[in-house]
Design a protein around this ligand. Structure first.
Ligand SMILES: *[C@@H]1O[C@H](CO)[C@@H](O)[C@H](O)[C@H]1NC(C)=O
Length: 305
């Protein structure tokens, strides 16, 4: 049967009346919370979907809305299930918490918004893992550009980077970082100290970032998904030997004082074609705050090509 499909058939208003959508996975019903900044009605601009870091939620990435207000790029933020406003999964075994689960959730969102045929993706930190795996595993037809901000390529390198940077801190901070989520109260305290130097260099921290930190590393935070992922599929995760499967233009951003040090992102530069790389000199792990204007300009130029 003859079936004609426009390359860009989303010229209808997407159904954005509800900010919560159902996501069914392996017989269980979940909900994903999302938010659109800008308009999805225009056929001119490719929407940019934002994958937040982990654990956490979208709030601390709010400056990315500048791309909508300054450059008309519609932005879609969402909280992955297990986090913040989406369904929490405290009793799901770590075998349930897979990268494929989160890719399926993303696909569900793209389909709901009717943008699966054409979209860009920006992943921050853990969100970068999601973006990379989505491209490598599924080769999504509609993906046009991939932006990886302060992302990683290999868990061993990530731990090595954290370990190396933590050596500049007092012994108790190093110990607290090593013990990790097993002692959340201590961990929250030392992680904040660590992040003052390698998470966000602004002083004081923006409220959205404080909120996100509160949500993800306070004693009352639900960290089940983070723990499940980091003790599960992410424990030995690496994408380095699969980077040749990336087909879309990719923009790698890190900060000079980032946990994602140059050696952490260098495999992306060697393994992806075409790739662009900028290290932001006055930034650490949140260049969208630390060098907000330049970050948006750089991303906008990349997305416009
Ligand atoms: C973060 O948590 C601290 C300590 O519980 C609290 O005083 C502060 O109001 C919280 N800030 C935000 C923005 O959530």
């Amino acid at each position: 049967m003859f079936r004609q499909r426009k390359a860009w058939d989303r010229c209808f208003p997407a159904s954005i009346d509800s900010l919560i959508i159902p996501f069914n996975y392996q017989g269980e019903g979940h909900q994903t919370w999302y938010k659109v900044v800008g308009s999805l009605d225009s056929c001119t601009w490719t929407p940019l979907v934002v994958g937040h870091g982990g654990p956490g939620q979208y709030d601390y990435l709010l400056p990315l809305s500048d791309l909508a207000t300054k450059f008309s790029t519609p932005i879609i933020f969402y909280d992955r299930i297990g986090n913040s406003r989406s369904t929490h999964l405290p009793s799901n075994p770590s075998s349930f918490l897979t990268i494929d689960l989160f890719i399926d959730e993303l696909v569900n969102l793209l389909e709901h918004l009717r943008i699966r045929d054409r979209f860009d993706l920006l992943g921050h930190s853990w969100g970068g893992i999601l973006g990379l795996e989505f491209e490598v595993r599924r080769q999504p037809e509609g993906l046009r550009h991939l932006v990886l901000t302060s992302s990683l390529t290999d868990m061993g390198m990530w731990s090595a980077s954290t370990g190396e940077l933590s050596k500049a801190f007092p012994d108790d901070v190093q110990k607290g970082l090593a013990v990790g989520v097993a002692d959340m109260e201590a961990y929250g305290k030392v992680l904040r100290m660590f992040h003052k130097k390698h998470g966000c260099l602004m002083d004081p921290w923006p409220e959205e970032l404080v909120y996100s930190m509160n949500q993800s590393i306070s004693p009352s935070a639900d960290i089940s998904v983070a723990v499940g992922m980091f003790t599960g599929e992410l424990r030995t995760w690496s994408i380095i030997d699969r980077l040749d499967r990336i087909r879309v233009p990719t923009f790698v951003i890190n900060g000079r004082a980032d946990i994602a040090q140059d050696f952490v992102v260098e495999p992306l530069i060697r393994g992806i074609r075409p790739v662009k790389w900028v290290t932001m000199e006055k930034s650490s792990h949140t260049p969208m705050w630390e060098e907000r204007e330049r970050h948006m300009d750089l991303v906008n130029v990349f997305l416009s090509t």
